[in-house]
Every structure is written in C-alpha cells, then in structure tokens.
Design a protein around this ligand. Sequence first.
Ligand SMILES: [Mn+2]
Length: 226
Amino acid sequence: MKPRTIAIGDIHGCSAALEALLDAIGPRPDDVIVTLGDYVNRGPDSRGVIDRLIALERQCTLVPILGNHDEVMLEALAGQRGAFSELIDMGGRATLASYGAEKITEADLVRVPPDHRAFLSRCRDDYETDTHIFVHAQYDPDSPMAEQSPHRRRWDSIRDGIPDSHISGKRAIVGHSSQKSGEILDVGHLVCIDTFCYGGGWLTALDVDTGETWQFDRDGRARSAR
Ligand SMILES: [Mn+2]
C-alpha cells in the first residue's frame, strides 16, 4: 500500500480521542504522521497523550511539531521565570493533574518524567514535504519557513488574517486557531484542522494527498457514529 502522509490537529489532553483516531487510521510502518502541536493543557489527560505519541513513534514515522502550549510547558520545566503561571493561565492545571498533582504548585513539575520532557524537546518548528507545509499556527507567505520566527509559527492566529499562498506554492496545513464550528477550514492554499476537540468539537486527522479525514470527539466517539 502507498505510504500516507497524515496530519493530526490540536489534541490538548484528549487521549480518548487520540486513541480512537489512531485505531481508525491504523498506522503502518511507512506512514508519516505529522502532529501539529498543542498536546498539553485544557483537556483531561495530557500525560496519556504524550505516552501515546511516544508509543506511536515505534509504529510509523511520527513528526511532532511544537505548539505554543507545549513551548510554555517546556519553559516551565526549564524553570524559566513566569512560565509556570503562564502555563496555569493556559489550562496547565489539568496537565499537572494528569501527572498526579493535587494542590498544583510549581513543585509538581518534577512529576513530568524525563521521557516526556525529551519528547517535547524533540518537537520541531515545522515540517515540509514536496507539496505541503505543516506548521502549528501561522506563516509569512513571502519567506522560506526556516527563516521565520518561532513566534510567528507557533503563536500568531489566522483569525487575524489568512495568509496568502506561501512562495513555495505548497499547501499549508495548520492548527492552533480552533474552528469552534467543528468544521475543517479549507481555503485551498491553507487548511486548518484544529476543530476544537477539548471544547466539544472533534480531533481531526487528514490524509493530505487523498483528502480522507477521520474525526472523533473527546470521549472517543466517531463523528460518523453521532
Ligand atoms: Mn496553539
């Protein structure tokens, strides 16, 4: 069978959705799965999400991209000033609770095991194939991806304006700007597959070559079954 390139949108601690989605996809050794970032915060089981992604690395080629939430978690883990309170402001209580924290203080960061820290540390700023760009949030249409600021790629929203087609001519697959409608935003040169799983929408996966999609809710129910 032909190797697939499949993108997965913002997971935000929704491990039941991720588990069901991967069961439906059935990853094969020659598949490339690009996760668009924001693994942690808000949803109930960030620990389970990272465990599942680490396991997925043994089933296929996983290309994990770093989201802005994951970036703040890394900064908090590194002890960067202000990062812990920023993490909490961004829904980090649920993240630390998933690691067994109860009162939730900065000291609870030690609960995050080394293999999870290592996973977040090896996430990338973006990924490109011959036909597609994968990035968490946004891009500058006029410059090569490698020259763009990490802030642009991880934090800027397409709600402030959908960028023109990238100079490479490649189609961009992004997350970050949650589509509260639950529907994929497809404007041709850009597709946003953050379909608001933790907030009651779907976790979406997209085969970027065939257009096949998979969608599951935070309880692991298929959209087609609802
Ligand atoms: Mn984000």
